[in-house]
Design a protein around this ligand. Structure first.
Ligand code: FES
Length: 420
């Protein structure tokens, strides 16, 4: 039996309180610091507002409490978790506690020396992100020069015997490269390839007009994925997740609010999903001030959207509510300014037209770059401070030196590579 299967069996044996089961999946966002500046980063746009980080001892406390609660899977994420030099120590503790551990990384800072220690300390799995199969677009989208480094890191991960997921976020600029991205994953020996179409929260929402693909791009990419799946069989498992905006029923986000997912932000705020911080009117309890069990079972934030009582129409009387639980709370808030509304991806929502219009605008604009293409806004401190200061509309306000080295504020993508 695999470590993960053992952990899941243990989880199933954990007691429940009322209707609420224990968390299965702990995401430890160790830091918001990151050497990359991805235009679709899911971190809060105002992350510069949340600079504090838990200490090593505090993180170890979180791991112990979460494991006691029943959490079995643990993702170390960020920002870039390798920015913390106690990552190895945290991995060792997690392994000792019996977690199945996954490092979610850009690869920057993942040297052979660190891989040696992570392996020895019991890390189970590594998820490495790429932004594209071409150096030009990979480096553009992250506003760094990291493509060659990521290739080297992928080889080192495999040389150390780790199972590897290659993760590539898809959007209008790189969807035409899906075949090349799959070839790249196969050449690297990745066991899994996650082709995650952009979901429009955080920085991706700020860049939605630029990143939103056309339906035709998605159809073509899906056909390519299907063809590869038939050709390669089990050599590499390919996940392809369609973006919500192209659906007519919402996803069961996080498998339900406060159902299996427990995120802990760098400063110790406990979150029912990555984007929850964007929701107004909720105070997220901090692991420094409240035991994790109380946070999970008793806090207002984790209970606010559990069950069905909070629902408004059309969800409340909908015969599909048990399937999708009204969809995503963060998307409902972003698009309707009320987190208790139905996710407007659902065509029963009175706000569904909003989603339709965004898709229609993307079709009208087309896949090719327009001469007056709006610049992409990168995730960096300068832009985050603009959001934190409440003047986000000004964050698109001008292109500073487009050097592609992290000092860029906004820029337009390289034309040739996005057309090929
Ligand atoms: Fe927050 Fe869906 S991302 S509930």
């Amino acid at each position: 039996m695999s470590d993960l299967a053992i952990a899941e069996r243990e989880h199933a044996q954990q007691p429940e309180r009322g209707d609420v089961g224990p968390p299965l999946w702990l995401l430890a966002e160790l830091t918001y610091r990151c050497p990359l500046h991805c235009a679709f980063c899911y971190n809060p746009v105002d992350y510069t507002h949340h600079r504090d980080e838990l200490s090593t001892a505090q993180w170890i406390g979180v791991l112990r409490e979460a494991r006691k609660l029943g959490a079995a899977q643990l993702g170390f994420s960020g920002g870039e978790p390798l920015m913390r030099d106690d990552l190895e120590e945290l991995v060792a503790e997690a392994h000792k506690l019996g977690f199945y551990t996954n490092l979610i990384t850009s690869g920057v800072g993942l040297t052979d020396a660190r891989l040696d220690v992570l392996k020895a300390n019991g890390l189970d799995h590594i998820q490495l992100s790429f932004q594209d199969s071409t150096q030009e677009l990979n480096d553009f989208l992250s506003s760094t020069r990291t493509f060659d480094l990521k290739n080297r890191v992928a080889r080192s991960i495999k040389a150390h015997g780790f199972p590897m997921v290659l993760n590539c976020v898809l959007h209008r600029y790189n969807l035409p490269h899906v075949d090349k991205i799959i070839d790249m994953a196969l050449a690297m020996g990745a066991e899994y390839l996650e082709l995650a179409n952009t979901q429009y929260y955080g920085w991706a929402h700020a860049n939605r007009a630029q990143l939103m693909p056309t339906a035709e791009q998605l159809r073509e990419a899906e056909a390519v994925v299907e063809r590869y799946r038939k050709e390669i069989g089990n050599r590499c498992k390919i996940f392809f997740v369609v973006p919500d905006y192209f659906e007519t029923r919402p996803k069961r986000c996080m498998n339900g609010w406060g159902s299996v997912f427990l995120g802990v932000a760098p400063d110790g705020a406990a979150l029912p999903c990555h984007s929850a911080r964007s929701l107004p009117g909720l105070t997220f309890p901090n692991v420094k001030e409240m035991p994790l069990a109380d946070i999970w079972y008793a806090s207002d934030a984790f209970n606010r959207f559990r069950g069905f009582e909070w629902m408004k129409e059309p969800c409340r009387s909908c015969d599909e509510k048990e399937k999708d639980l009204g969809g995503c709370r963060c998307q409902a808030y972003l698009l309707t300014h009320d987190a208790a509304n139905a996710d407007p991806v659902c065509d029963k929502s009175e706000h569904h037209e909003h989603v339709v219009n965004v898709v229609r605008d993307a079709a009208r604009r087309g896949a090719a770059l327009a001469p007056d293409e709006q610049p992409v806004m990168f995730r960096n401190d300068a832009n985050s401070r603009r959001f934190a200061g409440g003047s986000e509309s000004g964050a698109h306000g001008g292109t500073r030196a487009a050097t592609g080295t992290g000092t860029t504020t906004t820029a337009t993508p390289p034309k040739e590579k996005t057309r090929s």
